[in-house]
Design a binder for this molecule. Sequence first.
Ligand code: ZN
Length: 457
Amino acid sequence: MEELISKLRSVLSEGAVLEGEEAAQKAQGWTLMGVPRAVLLPGSTDQVSQVLRLCQRAKVAVVPWGGKTGLVEGTFADKAIALSLERMNRVIDVDKLGATATVEAGCPLQVLCERVEEDGLFFPLDLGARGSATIGGNISTNAGGNRVLRFGMMRDMVLGLEVVLADGTIVTSLNHLIKNNTGYDLKQLFIGSEGTLGVVTRAVLRLRPLPSSQNVAMVAVGEFSALPRLLRRVEKDLAGTLSAFEVMWEDFYNLVTTPPAQGRAPVQKGYPYYVLIESLGGEAGTDGERFRAILEAALEDGDIVDAAIAKSQDECKRIWALRDDVGQVIQLAPIFTFDVSLPIRCMEDYVASVRSALQGQWPKMRMMVFGHMGDGNLHLIVSVGEQGPETRHQVELTVYQPLAACGGSISAEHGIGLQKRDYLPLSRSREEIVLMARMKQMLDPENILNPGKIIPL
Ligand code: ZN
């Protein structure tokens, strides 16, 4: 290892190899990170390539790091070499006419969004960690977030990639075309593979025109069956401009609108469901009226029982801040967090049966539910008052097992990492997992890239 570290020092710039206390300090993320043997801060794709070549030869594990805001221990790097892309953070080019951006992997999501706005363009990926999460991390985890129902997941926004393979080979595939059926779509292999098949160093992203209107409402809904009805109705009436349909079960809404939370309830408390509805459009003059008329009609028909429509940018922000204030769940600590996907028709029964099963075992259990209902994705926060590995396992089984019967997924958008690895067979077949293992073996024969993540042992 000492020999490897000194070789790494010789290929990287001054101050780009951190060890000891400096490395430990960098290992601060949203989940368990371990203590890496060293943290590397390469400044170019060539340097990433040299690092991987040396590490493969030495058979030493390398864990790629973006913003470290993942939630499944995908960046756990104990005793490994952590490869942080934070110095490769430039927006290289914005093509205004082609509506594409070329960026380095370490560029924070929010930096890119603000940069393209200067050119009247829009990068639609939006998630709570936008200030720290990086484009490379968003790509390797196939990030989802708040606007998937309109713009898709990260996978749908990537046109081209540059990737470094485990042996140091640089595959530059910086395609700018929306249509390009020239053989295997190699970039898809690396999107969502959590740094286990290659290290993303640059990307070409698809941009959209910057919307000229934003309308946001918080509405209350009296019963579950009205939620899918409301979703389909606003989707149809807003004719392509619906950009978020974020549902909060009552106790989550109470949590984020009651002190110590900063937010206040825009619509009265006491209803079972609340929905944040957002429309992004192109007609600033008339979009607001249309939005209001559509919600008024839903109110008349009883699909909505109460509503607060934002009247200014500031009010839009305040309503979104409630949905973003997920950090309040820390009041329930210790907690277990989940990110599941399932058909809307199964949601009500699923949530009720998980709740009653957990209550059966832990009568004082608390569970908060919210999520991106427009794309079938729910987040469950469970607090049973204890935390040990056995408890965790029991809670996980209770949440995950009923998903198989309704064709659900144990991970909608957070990925697998270490945390969900052992449950992968609940969502993927044996043949699928064997094929994943074969692809891993082909691209990373020495198993140095983020080893132990995703694929069950
Ligand atoms: Zn989410």
